[in-house]
Write a protein that binds this ligand. Structure first.
Ligand code: ADP
Ligand code: MG
Length: 369
């Protein structure tokens, strides 16, 4: 028997509600024990559907779902080792804090004395000791959020599913709860699967992110990998701000865009292959026009507190967004400087497997060259 850390696995899972269009299209992924995962994607891409399939609230149309190595497609929701924190928290307004958290344990017919111990422990975990007798309506948004989390952890599930739990909170509370949730996951050591449409939230909180669009996983990986090496236009655009311009691969380590050729770290593509180029705004530095690698005429400029956001156009008509601590002058021509590593070359219709394979040898080969 081989040792595995995998707790949940989706194998070619497709979901179609009635005769409607396909909501999840051959989705495959693995979730490991004890990590913080995020499903990230725009509204309607299938995030909640994935959570519902894991929780057993809906059935897969085809494909297999495994939990701890066993097929669970036909296991009812109440027999699964998962608990869900819903978007609206779904607390019972007529029950106090204690009874909301105790609810699942009472259904399981646990002894009163044991229930008290478990509920108190769960409330301590979310910093709500002493709130046992409060009514739900007396609790703030952030406190309700914590009650919902206490209710999810009190059963000691192996996995907690969180469906956009922070989206109803204001920005400041939201940031606080991001820290709290991340910290709670570390202390509990159980698997969290968190859903959000907010890319900054996903980057800040996750060990692993699955980026979804239209019922398909576009890319999965650690936040820095996805940010630094987006697989396609959708991911580059959805995660952070990007400059995406058309380009052409001239040879290994040489790419053309904006009417010029540049040294890059990419290799193994076809000669003259049409590609898309991504450069992050913070990877562009401003120079005088003659010292830059690319010349851009400044169209507009905004001061953002930490940096200036400068927008300009190169001679080929491509738009360039630059984040710089230096100020530019609207109407003037400036130079842009960037390292070869800042250029990311994206192929059209590349699968995640092909993409990962292509990137594997890049750094060593480029350094050796
Ligand atoms: N019960 C349902 N019946 C029919 N279509 C549904 C149902 N639930 C969700 N959908 C559709 O499935 C798609 C994905 O929904 P959902 O998983 O809720 O997306 P997300 O959580 O990413 O916003 C949407 O187009 C939605 O309209
Ligand atoms: Mg949803």
């Amino acid at each position: 028997m081989t040792f595995t850390n995998t707790i949940i696995q989706f194998e070619n899972v497709t979901k179609q509600y009635d005769n409607d269009s396909v909501v999840l299209d051959h989705v495959s992924f693995e979730i490991e024990k004890g990590k913080f995962y995020t499903l990230l994607g725009p509204s309607g891409c299938g995030k909640t559907t994935i959570l519902r399939l894991i929780a057993g609230f809906t059935e897969a149309s085809s494909g297999t779902i495994y939990f701890n190595g066993k097929r669970i497609n036909d296991v009812p929701a109440n027999k699964r080792q998962v608990n869900t924190v819903f978007q609206d928290y779904a607390l019972f307004p007529h029950l106090n804090v204690f009874e909301n958290v105790a609810f699942g344990l009472r259904i399981k017919k646990m002894k009163n004395a044991d229930i008290t111990i478990k509920v108190k422990e769960a409330l301590r975990f979310v910093n709500l000791e002493g709130y046992e007798n409060r009514e739900i309506k007396e609790m703030s948004g952030g406190q309700r959020q914590r009650v919902a989390i206490a209710r999810a952890i009190v059963n000691q599930p192996e996995v907690i599913l969180l469906d956009e739990p922070l989206s109803a909170l204001d920005l400041k509370l939201r940031t606080e709860m991001q820290y709290e949730l991340r910290e709670l996951q570390r202390r509990l050591g159980i698997t969290f699967i968190f859903v959000t449409h907010d890319q900054e939230e996903a980057l800040a909180m996750s060990d692993e992110i699955f980026v979804l669009n239209k019922g398909r996983i576009q890319q999965s990986g650690e936040p820095t990998d996805i940010y630094d090496e987006p697989i396609n236009r959708f991911v580059a655009d959805f995660i952070g701000e990007s400059n995406i311009v058309p380009g052409k691969m001239i040879a290994d380590f040489l790419v053309e865009f904006g009417g010029q050729q540049f040294e890059c770290v990419d290799q193994g593509l076809n000669q003259n292959e049409q590609v898309e180029i991504v450069i992050r705004p913070e990877d562009l530095a401003i120079t005088s026009s003659d010292q830059g690698k690319l010349q851009v005429r400044v169209d507009s400029q905004l001061f953002r507190g930490v940096h200036y956001e400068i927008l300009g156009y190169d001679h080929a008509g491509n738009e360039w967004l630059v984040h710089s601590t230096k100020k530019a002058t609207v109407g003037e021509e400036i130079g842009l400087y960037f390292e070869p590593e800042a250029i990311h070359v994206m192929r059209f219709n590349e699968t995640e497997e092909e993409f990962d394979k292509r990137l594997e040898g890049y750094e060593e080969d480029y350094d050796a060259n």
